[in-house]
Design a protein around this ligand. Structure first.
Ligand code: CP3
Length: 353
């Protein structure tokens, strides 16, 4: 039996239905700024063990909900689970971020890549989704997620984080057909993976296109947006008789919000470099908007946090379709009490009586 959602503000806001207040959640809400997260990660031994042990992934998913008045849970995992399941050998080095032992560089590498079966190599993710959904017991909706094909390809080709994108852009410009082959394969993997998350209980989906914003407008359309369009078209539209809304988030993608809204997705993530009022004017009433407090605001005083929360709510203005969030993930050195100030301010200032 599907559980009854006690708080569905997040899903309603994404459908641009009126809500009694603006729902709020935070990208990377389960993470290193929380001492309880660090304690569980220590018990796990390392980050990937934490991700791949459903009981532990469930535990850290729920930690921020126990501390703050949040309106959604997000599966604790990582976007790099797909390339890991494709056999690239993922590891996380302290202070270095993710590293792939076997990056893809050649035609042979790309042709040999398997599309992982989500019920096999990625079973630990869908098991975590089912467990979290059971433990949530209808408290708030559960968000599933994936990286965008372009963003995954950046890590797969570079083999690690990059500042200049030399290898991946080199491949894109010199061998666009090969790049498209990589992106098409990754897209198939993402669609199967996200649909498996929905089958396991995810009630909304988000696609993180962290690196789409480093492309030119033409390259963005061809190498990132076109594949996110395929994803939107390929997803399971409903679960438990309810729409599973899809949010696309291109970091630094403010210039392309109109084109992103044209994909038919339900919501757009907006970073803090775009004004929500402008974003809304450009996207009309086609999509909901999620964002967009500068994550660094949480380094400021409680008073300044409240001022900036109000500014974001005011910039969106009246009417439905806003989900409050940071414009990118929460920083690891933020004081958790400052996040509580933010979350409570959103509740207080957006309450309609
Ligand atoms: O939002 C959530 O709470 C869900 C969990 C989540 C994580 N990663 C946990 C994580 C989500 C949605 C992600 C997505 C992700 N992972 C993205 C896209 C979102 C974004 O931030 O733009 C990207 C680019 C990655 C890849 C990745 N994973 C990197 C670059 C790193 C290293 C970051 C760093 O600063 O060291 C990770 C590791 C990671 N993923 C951590 C967490 C909590 C930190 C790992 C740790 O505990 O040491």
């Amino acid at each position: 039996m599907p559980d009854t959602l006690k708080n569905d503000l997040y899903l309603r806001a994404l459908m641009r239905e009126p809500t009694e207040r603006t729902p709020v959640w935070v990208m990377r809400q389960a993470g290193r700024y929380l001492p309880e997260y660090l304690a569980t990660r220590k018990r796990a031994g390392d980050f990937m063990t934490l991700c791949s042990t459903p009981e532990l992934a469930c535990e850290v998913t729920l930690q921020p909900l126990d501390r703050f008045n949040l309106d959604a849970a997000i599966l604790f995992s990582d976007i790099l689970t797909i390339p890991d399941a494709m056999g690239l050998g993922l590891r996380f080095e302290a202070g270095e971020g993710p590293i792939f032992d076997k990056p893809v560089r050649s035609r042979a590498d790309i042709e040999a890549l398997p599309v992982p079966d989500p019920s096999d190599e990625l079973r630990y993710v869908t098991d975590a989704v089912s467990l979290i959904r059971r433990e949530l017991n209808g408290r708030v909706p559960l968000i599933g997620f994936s990286g965008s094909p372009w963003t995954l390809a950046v890590y797969m080709v570079e083999g690690r984080g990059t500042k200049d994108f030399a290898k991946v852009k080199g491949l894109m410009f010199s061998e666009p057909d090969l790049m498209h082959q990589l992106l098409a394969k990754t897209t198939d993997a993402v669609i199967a993976y996200l649909n498996a998350q929905v089958a396991a209980g995810a009630q909304s989906l988000m696609v993180f296109d962290t690196w789409g914003g480093v492309l030119s407008p033409a390259a963005y359309r061809e190498f990132s947006l076109a594949y996110m369009q395929r994803i939107v078209d390929g997803l399971t539209p409903e679960a438990d008789g309810r729409r599973v809304p899809v949010v696309l988030f291109t970091k630094n993608g403010g210039a392309w919000l109109d084109a992103m809204a044209d994909t038919g997705c339900d919501g757009l993530g907006v970073d803090w470099t775009t004004d929500l009022h402008d974003a809304r004017k450009r996207t009309g009433d086609r999509v909901a908007l999620q964002g967009n407090l500068d994550p660094s605001v949480l380094y400021g005083s409680p008073e300044s946090i409240r001022t900036e929360v109000r500014r974001v709510l005011d910039s969106y203005g009246d009417g439905p379709g806003h989900v409050f969030n940071l414009g990118h993930g929460i920083h690891q050195h933020v004081n958790p009490d400052h996040l509580a100030v933010m979350v409570d301010a959103v509740r207080e200032f957006s309450q309609k009586d």
